[in-house]
Design a protein around this ligand. Structure first.
Ligand SMILES: [Zn+2]
Length: 350
């Protein structure tokens, strides 16, 4: 056999080993559900799975990296030109179907699902397998899951469909039950730091970025590649801390931030994520385990802040924050969702 390449994945050793074994044992499932937080590398693992699966020279779970199939599956943002692989995300939908709907958080439409359904039944051209990676599969538009179900129920023998989702509950049970599940957790700080160092990022930046990225490889790579983005990140964290810790901040949260939500959804989600992370750090500070803190640079401020509340109050604030992000994701009115969240946050001491 020809040379073999390891999978280009940071962390997730268990998931990778499991998928490699499935290929080597010729026991590949037809539908997979990859679930875990955004940015931890689910789609990367899916692409590497596809590469190993579709390789023309090897069938032991490792890609050769040299054959026509391997070379057509590019990573790191390069164009993919493999005729038997589709990565269905909103960008693909816009190019493929000329979807006019704007915004980064739009959903895969019923037309997109119909396209995938027709595509998956035609035989692969280059490889033995045909692979569809459906990104953000929990965010299909309303009627799409039913249309999709038919494909997942009876996939052709050469088909592998990988549904990628941040939340397993977002995928309807009827679809879930037909998939093999693989859970993805955050990647360890050390693994991310090692990857950044391997990419010639200097040691100090690598350590800082690895700690603020909180297990998200994509975030770490983004922060490390653009010096300004780390500053913006720090500014967002400071803004979020103002929202949770200052009376005026809470007013701004329910006022201007809510009002701007439709224009700048990504910012609201980013801010809520930081708020949740800061509440979580407050819990850790109370428990005295702040070496797991997401924002070590905020340690002293969070220590002082957390002292005025009970553990139960902070836990409730964390739940309320996650709830608000969930509600906004389901297009609840921003002001109402954010007000409900603030009302469940503990009252600040004067
Ligand atoms: Zn190959």
């Amino acid at each position: 056999m020809s040379g073999r390449e390891s999978w280009q994945v940071v962390g997730h050793a268990e998931a990778v080993a499991q998928l490699q074994r499935a290929i080597a044992a010729d026991h590949v499932g037809h539908a997979y559900l990859f679930a875990g937080p955004d940015g931890v590398g689910k789609t990367t693992v899916a692409l590497e799975f596809a590469r190993a699966l579709m390789c023309l020279r090897r069938d032991d779970g490792y890609p050769c990296g040299e054959c026509d199939s391997c070379r057509r599956i590019w990573r790191d943002g390069d164009r993919r030109t493999h005729p038997d692989l589709t990565v269905a995300d909103v960008e693909w939908q816009a190019t493929m179907l000329g979807s006019r709907a704007g915004g980064a958080r739009q959903r895969l439409s019923i037309d997109a699902i119909r396209w995938l359904r027709q595509d998956i039944v035609s035989r692969p051209i280059l490889s033995r397998w045909k692979v569809q990676i459906v990104d953000d599969a929990g965010r299909l538009s309303d009627t799409a899951p039913d249309a999709f179900l038919k494909t997942v129920e009876e996939p052709p023998p050469f088909a592998v469909i990988i549904l990628v989702t941040p939340s397993i509950e977002a995928v309807p049970e009827t679809i879930r039950s037909r998939c093999r599940h693989i859970e993805f957790g955050p990647v360890s700080r050390l693994a991310i730091e090692a990857e950044l160092t391997r990419r010639s990022i200097d040691a100090d930046t690598a350590a800082t970025v690895a700690s603020v990225a909180r297990g998200r490889v994509a975030t770490a790579l983004e922060l490390a590649s653009d010096p300004d983005s780390l500053d913006r990140w720090n500014a967002d964290v400071a803004e979020a801390f103002g929202y949770i810790s200052e009376p005026l901040g809470r007013l701004r949260l329910a006022g201007p931030l809510a009002a701007n939500h439709t224009k700048n959804r990504d910012h609201t989600f980013q801010v809520l994520e930081h708020c949740a992370g800061l509440w979580r750090d407050a819990l850790l500070a109370q428990a005295g385990v702040d070496d797991a803190a997401a924002y070590p640079e905020m340690r002293d401020a969070i220590q002082r802040f957390s002292g005025q509340f009970s553990t139960a109050e902070i836990a409730e604030a964390l739940r309320a924050t996650r709830r608000a992000a969930h509600d906004l994701d389901r297009n609840f009115q921003a002001r109402i969702a954010l007000m409900a969240m603030i009302n469940r946050w503990p009252t600040l001491a004067d």
